[in-house]
Ligand binder design. Structure first.
Ligand SMILES: [Zn+2]
Length: 364
């Protein structure tokens, strides 16, 4: 056993399943045999060439699996144990981590000369399928395993925890960053997988008027199941006008942007009350323009927060605790299943949002 199947980026528009060597396990690593992984919207950006990664890199950052081999320095786990790891795998020794922003940890890049600022590097905590081989493979090497491996509680299926590494962690962070208080009105822009989790997170944090916005009625239907009180299809109404009507002209306490476009960002600002918070989750691919009136010329006491998915074993433990408690059921989001060898077809389905797809379980 020395080779494995892995889905790698070949060139813009092309991902292929190839044979790759199973990696060696360093002292701080763990080798995980993947039992289930999935495709993220970010992977589609990579496929299209909109987010550059190295040719030949294994894609994917959402691992559910079994510990195959532990590094000599990794303690407190056992081989054969079922685990997940966050999409973001900081080492938690860095300046960024100790400064409260572990997802921005680039300390491991210092020896390679790729980070000149003591490890404070935006987005560098995201390693799987970005800077190191990712999870759309039979095996993945989890770096800094002691900080990043999270055992799956007994009784939870792969599908039940598949959203934890990225979608749920990111979506909930969007709600956490929105400074939600009990009784708040929150508008969530876009109800893809991340936006749906932001809606669910807003509900858990105590928002009592959650307005979900999308152009897809199927997704809006699911958002009602996950916690939205009101849904708005932007193709059928002026969302900003509607929110102002629904709030008696007051504006929303907070808004969550979960797509990454000028239009959604701008609307997320326009629906806010003075003093409100815009929590931005989307991955933008161009400059943003901030409209002067919505920004109150910079005098509106608005807060704009951005985030990258939080990782680490404690975050993963909490998220799996939410699943185990039954407070929300994200199982409805896993709509399709494909074998790893058929992942190219799965990308096609997912990228074109065919057949009501939300998330695809990929099984090696
Ligand atoms: Zn992702």
């Amino acid at each position: 056993m020395s080779m494995m199947k892995a889905a790698v980026f070949v060139e813009p528009g092309r991902i292929e399943v190839i044979d790759k060597r199973i990696p060696d396990v360093g002292p701080n690593d763990a080798l995980i045999r993947i039992t289930t992984t999935t495709i993220c919207g970010t992977d589609v950006h990579i496929l299209k060439g909109e987010y550059p990664v190295a040719k030949g890199l294994t894609i994917g950052h959402e691992p559910v699996g079994v510990i195959e081999k532990l590094g000599s320095a990794v303690q407190g786990y056992s081989e054969g144990q079922r685990v997940i790891a966050g999409a973001i795998c900081p080492n938690f020794n860095s300046y960024a981590a100790q400064d409260g922003a572990p997802s921005q940890d680039g300390s491991y890049l210092i020896p390679q000369g790729l980070c000149g600022c003591h490890g404070l590097k935006a987005t560098a905590g995201w390693r799987f399928g970005n800077l190191i081989d990712g999870t759309q493979a039979e095996y993945v090497l989890v770096p800094d395993a002691q900080a990043n491996l999270a055992p799956i509680p007994d009784g939870l299926t792969d599908e039940q925890v598949l959203m934890c590494p990225d979608i749920m962690s990111t979506g909930f962070k969007g709600a956490e960053n929105a400074n939600i208080r009990i009784g708040d009105t929150v508008v969530v822009f876009a109800q893809g997988p991340i936006g749906l989790c932001a809606t669910a997170g807003a509900r858990l944090l105590g928002a009592t008027t959650i307005i979900a916005v999308d152009g897809n009625d199927h997704r809006l239907g699911i958002s009602k199941k996950l916690g939205a009180d009101i849904t708005l299809n932007f193709r059928e109404c002026d969302v900003v006008d509607e929110v102002m009507k629904l709030t008696g002209g007051r504006g929303a306490d907070s808004s969550i942007e979960a797509l990454g476009t000028q239009a959604t960002f701008e609307s997320a600002l326009r629906v806010l009350k003075p003093g409100g918070t815009l929590s931005s989750l989307g991955v933008y691919s161009g400059d943003l323009k901030i409209p002067l009136s919505a920004f109150a010329a910079g005098l509106g006491d608005h807060r704009i927060n951005t985030a990258l998915c939080p990782g680490g074993k404690e975050r993963m433990r909490r998220l799996m605790n939410v699943v185990q408690s039954g407070r929300i059921d994200l199982g409805v989001m896993v709509t399709h299943q494909y074998k790893l060898e058929d992942i190219v077809a799965a990308y096609d389905l997912f990228a074109h949002q065919r057949d009501g797809v939300l998330k695809v379980a990929i099984k090696p």
